[in-house]
Design a protein around this ligand. Structure first.
Ligand code: TXA
Ligand code: MG
Length: 318
């Protein structure tokens, strides 16, 4: 039986307060939320997603003032970032408060903290009166949900409620950063671009899966965000589908694509913000289109294109 879907924030807050797990809208992707201070609720989140416990959860709070309930300290550069980009698609890794259990942080001494911008999620955080731990509301390793129907498809039968906030406007997960001194290391590129981060902290580094900092981003497995259909990145010339075989194509801008059963263009103008907002929903749609393969052309490696290429590479890794 699929769970109920509501726009009633008071109802969702009541479910969270009594230890339930609720799919919640944020501007990046839908999250699967529960009271971050309630171990049973947190354990249910891991179970529902079939998520390994070495992959820590992000904790959401309503505003900067509420950070002190979940993090024991915030450095001056981290505070500058928070004040500039919160509420928004940014997660900052901070030393955790004792109240946050090691189940939430997978045993790490740090916690990922985010103040989301979505008005319904803001309202929910205020009304539930507790920090909300929420990973993306998909089964582990699968495509992130940017619409209610994506959540229902993957988790509808194992969660208590969906709070319907409409389609997500940013469409890729938050950018995760860790601050050391005056250096910001991006553990996961996401909805806030590196250029924007650099306006506040000029020294921004990107931790790649190959780099020595990789173990600091647990859960950032090379294979992730995968549709069921095989996905292949077209690095050079576009491959031509064998005749009689249904291949789908995903490109940023329109191009000539002979022989493809389906071709989805993310933005006629090549706008990476528009493309990000449509990225996961388009992959969900292609995944439902009875294709033998999805071919994707990489994005320009600038702005949100960095986050989109990261998701594509992980989806294509077998
Ligand atoms: O946009 C988003 O970030 C969404 C919405 C719901 O907020 N959430 C999300 O959560 O994408 P999730 O669980 O799919 O990804 C969280 C990732 C973990 O896989 C891990 O790599 C990183 O955040 N993370 C969380 N806590 C961390 C910590 N203490 N240190 C390093 N990385 C951490
Ligand atoms: Mg996720």
């Amino acid at each position: 039986m699929p769970c109920p879907v509501t726009t009633d924030v008071a109802l969702a807050a009541a479910v969270i307060r009594r230890g339930g797990i609720v799919a919640v809208p944020t501007e990046t992707v839908y999250g699967l939320g529960g009271n971050a201070l309630d171990r049973n609720a947190v354990a249910r989140i891991f179970a529902a997603k079939q998520r390994p416990t070495f992959d820590p959860l992000i904790v959401h709070v309503p505003d900067f003032a509420a950070v002190s309930a979940v993090a024991s300290e915030i450095s001056e550069p981290a505070e500058r970032l928070a004040r500039r980009f919160w509420p928004g698609p940014l997660t900052i890794v901070l030393p955790k408060q004792a109240a946050i259990s090691e189940l939430v942080t997978s045993g790490l001494p740090t916690v990922g903290v985010r103040v989301p911008r979505h008005p319904l999620m803001q309202e929910l955080l205020t009304q539930s009166g507790c920090p909300i731990a929420a990973p993306s509301a998909n089964r582990f390793g699968r495509l992130s949900p940017t619409r209610v129907e994506h959540v229902l498809d993957q988790l509808g039968d194992v969660i208590d409620l969906v709070l319907d906030g409409g389609p997500c406007t940013v469409g890729v997960e938050s950018t995760i950063v860790k601050i050391e001194g005056e250096t910001a290391t991006v553990l996961r590129p996401g909805g806030l671009s590196i250029d924007e981060l650099q306006t506040v902290i000029p020294d921004v580094r990107l931790a790649t899966t190959e780099s020595p900092t990789a173990p600091e981003a647990p859960g950032m497995l090379p294979q992730h965000y995968a549709p069921r259909t095989e996905i292949v990145i077209a690095e050079g010339e576009l491959p031509r589908p064998p005749s009689g075989i249904r291949w789908g194509l995903l490109t940023l801008t329109p191009c000539h694509a002979a022989g493809y059963a389906v071709h989805r263009v993310l933005s006629d103008e090549g706008d990476l913000i528009v493309a990000a907002a449509r990225f996961f929903e388009t992959l969900h749609e292609l995944d439902r289109s009875s294709l033998q393969r999805i071919v994707a052309v990489p994005f320009p490696n600038t702005g949100l294109g960095i986050a989109l290429n990261d998701r594509l590479r992980r989806a294509a890794t077998k």
